[in-house]
Design a protein around this ligand. Structure first.
Ligand SMILES: [Ca+2]
Length: 88
């Protein structure tokens, strides 16, 4: 991760625990794989897409456009466009 990286907690895979979506040139998924009283372990699942959206930050946030109860991700791009996933 770099200077501009920050994490958005979200249950991305729907298994009941919070994962982290971290902005980068796209959005990287860190899946929570275990938690003990003093330690949480995440597995880096890689970027959600190979597409380079920005140099600094994509500022991902979750959104349910059509109110189905299925969260998608709203991601900013450097060309002032936005892209979403899973919520069509
Ligand atoms: Ca999860």
């Amino acid at each position: 991760m770099g200077l501009w990286a920050w994490a958005l907690p979200m249950d991305y895979d729907g298994d009941g625990d919070m994962d982290l979506l971290v902005n980068c040139v796209n959005v990287s998924l860190f899946e929570k794989i275990s938690q003990k009283s003093d330690k949480v372990i995440f597995k880096h699942g890689g970027p959600l897409s190979d597409k380079m959206l920005v140099v600094h930050t994509t500022s991902p946030t979750f959104i349910d456009w059509n109110k189905e109860g299925i969260w998608g991700i709203l991601v900013g791009a450097q060309d002032v466009h936005f892209t979403t996933s899973r919520d069509s």
